[in-house]
Design a protein around this ligand. Structure first.
Ligand SMILES: Nc1ncnc2c1ncn2[C@@H]1O[C@H](COP(=O)(O)OP(=O)(O)O)[C@@H](O)[C@H]1O
Ligand SMILES: [Mg+2]
Length: 298
């Protein structure tokens, strides 16, 4: 199957077939990223489909998805490669005890110790060495520190890395790179310059309704319509954690499981905890929806 996108509408159709409903800006950026061979930096609040976009692009391009999940303190050893220290130790122990004459020739052992068999490939190296088409997802890149960001930048610009003991590894197939950020800190200008930028916000009610209907196909249209409107109005309150698409989908699923096909005050009150994760948000939402507070138990 052809993996290159032939145009923006082809991107649209193939993402949709992969279960992802794009809007115009998404499909345009994905198309351009492929044409220009540039990474996409997707920024936006949690739960709006950033990670899912990378997965869908991989599926749409029939490519392997290689994921580097970022976190505070992520370092080269976990992102690029590390030597299998335990296995090396075993090898050394074995070499020493080899025979009574004092073991194997050390040079030969050392060659072994820093060879392929003892190398643990991490996502970045894996993406560089991957033979076929791949999508490299560098997820939540805002969680790493500046130093690591610089390393990423270097790899993204050269598509090569030098392993002192093995030499330089140069990627033959450039992966399609998607970086995501929840915007918890500013990323460097240099990284932004290298990427095409895509801001994903909460979807319009129409698009969110389509997403609900595609992801929770048993949901009646009227229910989907009603719930996306309620979610929309909740997002306009100043909540500590506004409900995202994930929560909208969870809510739709919950209502279905409970057998509701319309949302009244009782239903909303009883299921609000699926949408909102802070008590203060629940209280705010209840008064906004003009729901009387739950009676105190005594
Ligand atoms: N455009 C979309 N089409 C279909 N499903 C979507 C879309 N955007 C988000 N979703 C759904 O929302 C969920 C959360 O998206 P995710 O990519 O995990 O959010 P983020 O990475 O932005 O925090 C996904 O599991 C997916 O089911
Ligand atoms: Mg994510």
């Amino acid at each position: 199957m052809a993996s290159e996108f032939t145009g923006v509408s082809d991107v649209h159709d193939r993402l949709e077939a992969a279960g992802y409903l794009p809007d115009q800006s998404i499909e345009t950026v994905v198309y351009l990223a492929e044409r220009l061979g540039k990474p996409i930096l997707v920024e936006g609040p949690a739960g709006v489909g950033k990670t899912e976009l990378a997965k869908a692009v991989a599926e749409a391009r029939n490519a392997a998805l290689i994921r580097l999940q970022c976190y505070e303190g992520l370092d080269e050893a976990k992102a690029l490669y590390e030597w299998n220290y335990k296995k090396q130790l075993l090898r050394i122990t074995h070499a020493r005890g080899g025979d009574a004459e004092g073991g194997e020739d050390w040079d030969a052992v050392e060659d072994d110790l820093f060879g392929e068999d003892y190398l643990m490939e991490r996502p970045l190296l894996k993406a560089l060495r991957h033979e076929g088409e791949s999508v490299l997802l560098i997820d939540e890149v805002d969680k790493v520190d500046f130093e690591f960001e610089a390393l990423l930048l270097e790899i993204l610009s050269d598509f090569q890395v030098t392993i002192p003991e093995l030499g330089t590894v140069t990627g033959t197939h450039h992966p399609f790179v998607v970086l995501t950020s929840n915007n918890t800190r500013e990323l460097s200008e240099a990284l932004k310059r290298r990427c095409l930028y895509l801001y994903l916000d909460y979807p319009t009610v129409e698009r969110e309704k389509e997403i609900v209907l595609s992801r929770v196909p048993d949901a009646p249209e009227k229910l989907a319509d009603q719930l996306v409107r309620i979610v929309r109005s909740l997002r306009q309150l100043e909540l500590k954690k506004p409900p995202s698409i994930s929560e909208t989908l969870d809510w739709a699923q919950t209502l279905l499981e409970l057998g509701f096909d319309t949302i009244d005050e009782d239903v909303a009150r009883g299921t609000m905890n699926v949408l909102l994760k802070y008590q203060q948000d629940v209280e705010k939402a209840s008064s906004h929806l003009k729901l009387p507070p739950r009676p105190e138990m005594n």
